[in-house]
Design a protein around this ligand. Sequence first.
Ligand SMILES: Nc1nc2c(c(=O)[nH]1)N[C@H]1C(S)=C(S)[C@@H](COP(=O)(O)O)O[C@H]1N2
Ligand SMILES: [Mo]
Length: 500
Amino acid sequence: MAGGVVAGGVTLGVAELVSLLVSPDSTPLEAVGGWIVDHTPDGFREWVIGLVGTNDKLLLFVSMGVVAVALAVAAGLVEQVRRPFGSALFAVFGLLSTVAALGRPNAAWTWALPSLIGVVAGILMLRSLIEKITALDEVAADDLPTERRQVMRGLAIAGGLALVGGVAGRIIGLRSRDVSAERADVQLPTPTGPEPSVEPGADLKIPGLTPYLTSNSGFYRIDTALTVPQVSKDDWSLRIHGMVDREIRLSYADLTAKTPIERLVTLCCVSNPVGGDLIGNARWLGYRLDELINAAGPHPDADMVLSRSADGFTAGSPLAVLLDGRDAMLAVGMNGEPLPTAHGYPARLVVPGLYGYVSATKWVTELEITRFDRAEAFWTKRGWSAKGPIKTECRIDTPRGGTHAPGKITIAGVAWAQHRGIKGVEVRIDQGDWQPARLAVAPSIDTWVQWAFDWDATGNGPHTIRARATDGTGETQTDQDQDVVPDGATGYPSLTVRIG
Ligand SMILES: Nc1nc2c(c(=O)[nH]1)N[C@H]1C(S)=C(S)[C@@H](COP(=O)(O)O)O[C@H]1N2
Ligand SMILES: [Mo]
């Protein structure tokens, strides 16, 4: 039993050490974890995320650890009774892990090495341990106390070494890649024109209402990578290629020699349910995508930009949207700071008006100019719509449900229809008339807008509050409730309060 655990520890430890030379994403832990995430049915994934929120990745690693120990114990027991079936179990695991590693989005053949070398080391360890243990068992235990103790000590030392080696390998790996120190030293370039100021009237400062600007630490996060990619700006480059007249490759220095723009843009996720909080508004500093792409000379028959990240994520954006004059950018700064590592340091895309999954590629390294009928992006392969324009929506932030005293209650929230802007928000109490809410100042059509409505609450008992927004083109959001799949949730947000 202990033999199996020790051998399992050796496998993972050696694999971690080998991965230092290959890629952090090639370890069995990352590869198998990534495979599991990719093959989890959407419904189950959402149920788990609903339970544990963004601790889902921690939960995954912990459960993988438990399963790994159980497998190792089983392999040890089996090997003891029936050689070489325990070793065979290890080999099967090694092969599965190898296949998982090779199947990762940006894997090279070398990604097989951590699993293979790790599992060979594990099997050798298992066999020699089991041999020793069975040799001992053939003699009565108390006949050979010293030898037995020696073997046990050897076992403990080997296990300890494997554990220390594995943990050290992991820490060294994480440390050596960590870009937080270099990020702290980055000097952001100065944008053209005046800094986009947040006019005082943009924030109604109503208690319970989401602030107009979202802080970097409070900004929602969506990424498929199991660990946050660490990309050094010195290794980073952006390649613009595909259906272009001339391929371009820009280093970080090439980029920052250009003049950036700075804009307020609200980013939101297609997975945001009505009333959800997968949306945030920040001041982004970056380089106009139309200038970068036009410099490469895109072909007239191209209609998609497939952006690819260092971690193999892809997003497909309509080329026409990126070139239509809106402030689509390759962003390097967020709210006056270099991009936080979790938000794409050193560079990511920000496109006003498109959901993140079709546009906002973090740690972006490639823009392939192509066609929607030739290429498919990460989420499109998984059943989400190829195109993802943001739908007009709003949210009620305050009051919260529960019981409230009769009298004046301020109902307030945010509304968004990026790049079309918000023309109005209306509120309806129970079956009453739709009444206009007041709108805060909107510094641009690319951000959300705060709204508020003063309700004179009378009539004890439950009341339902609904809200709906009308975008800058005059179109009111649909009342049809739709789930987030395949292209974003719709429906009026609603809230029930008790007056009394
Ligand atoms: N590399 C990478 N970029 C990505 C994603 C990802 O999983 N990997 N998720 C996308 C999605 S679905 C959204 S909504 C936004 C979220 O950006 P944020 O994490 O900075 O809020 O990033 C987009 N860019
Ligand atoms: Mo998203």
